[in-house]
Design a protein around this ligand. Sequence first.
Ligand SMILES: Cc1cc2nc3c(=O)[nH]c(=O)nc-3n(C[C@H](O)[C@H](O)[C@H](O)COP(=O)(O)OP(=O)(O)OC[C@H]3O[C@@H](n4cnc5c(N)ncnc54)[C@H](O)[C@@H]3O)c2cc1C
Length: 388
Amino acid sequence: MVNFSLSVEETAIREMAHAFAEKEIRPIVAKREWIHDAAQRFPWDIVEKGSNQGFRTMTVPREFGGPEASMITVALVLEELAWGDLGVATIFHSTMNKVRRMARLASEEQKRWFFPRLMQENRYLLAGAVSEPAHGSDFFIAPEKVRFDTTAKRDGKEWVLNGTKHFITNGSVASLYLVTATDTASPQNSRVIILVPKDTHGVRVERVNEKISQRFSDNAEISFIDCRVPVENELGTPASRRSEVAQFTMETSTMAAAMMLGVARAAYESALSFAKEKTQSGKRIIEHQAVGMMLAEMATNIESMRTMVLRSAWEADQQSPNFTIGAMTKYHVAESSFKVCTKALETFGGSGIMLELPIQKYLRDSLSAFHFDGTQQATLLRITNALI
Ligand SMILES: Cc1cc2nc3c(=O)[nH]c(=O)nc-3n(C[C@H](O)[C@H](O)[C@H](O)COP(=O)(O)OP(=O)(O)OC[C@H]3O[C@@H](n4cnc5c(N)ncnc54)[C@H](O)[C@@H]3O)c2cc1C
């Protein structure tokens, strides 16, 4: 049976996330978005407050003290956090999705080491280090053919990592990296995921990237130079990683889409209230049919985005999901989010590009949708492969 209503708990947590975005996130955005130094700009205060609200750990399994939130709940929360600010939402998202991966792939010993730290330390963030200068889209399109330049070599009781990962979210602020590398001993040069604590000797943050979009999220290039960790730090086995990857990808696509929906909604709401107040030719601009139609189109797009996000989250919650829906959702929401933000900016006329109003920021943030969780072209190729 189809049911589009949210439960009492889902509604309550969505309202809590909305209140947090409104009271805590939005006020810092205008003041701090253009702080020159990325380290000073990084909103540790918001990370701590959001942790106190339980956002950072909402995907932690119950046996380790978390609420083990469903993907529907996660999507609702991320939409609201991104309505506040995409960069802030990304900081939490990048931890939430890897927590789910840890819950599925980590050994009992790894879980006993990891979850208490995550629960106790308000600043404990995760980063997934996959992309490299020569490997970006190929991993999304045909992962089985990719041979990462970053290598993991077994040496006695240790893994030794060498290589460089770039564009890594939470790269300079995470406490733990999930590093995807080529296992040099494997006959097919297959991949391993290695858990690398940030303070491991040989981990070096090479640079923190400046970007026009999601300015509050940290994005860095990280080198691993003869970086040694115990063999026990391998996450999962070849078989468990193979069977988990589709679920992980589905969840990440859904979360990315939920955040882009939040950005689009923020832009639309802003444009709607502006159009109801601003007058031109003696009437409110919303009463000019051309403007009214832009708003109608934005509202329609937002409804279709939300329907796809919730469908995708629901599929992910079923554990045997229709994976293609995740990619389709991400693709559709990315296109729509950019469209909504562009139309919203047009509604503002010349004011649209003024830094004092947030509308230009929404359009900048919507650009992130074009690489989040793979480029649009890579996403379409994933869908094409499924069709084939
Ligand atoms: C803000 C930000 C945060 C990120 N966070 C992370 C992170 O946390 N962890 C991580 O590992 N990575 C992260 N990334 C990297 C991101 O996943 C990649 O940028 C993305 O996958 C695209 O790879 P690329 O930049 O190398 O572009 P490329 O793959 O070089 O693509 C360039 C262009 O070529 C097209 N193209 C490439 N190959 C093909 C093909 N075979 N067929 C058709 N078209 C093709 C692409 O669609 C695109 O238009 C992040 C990137 C950014 C910008």
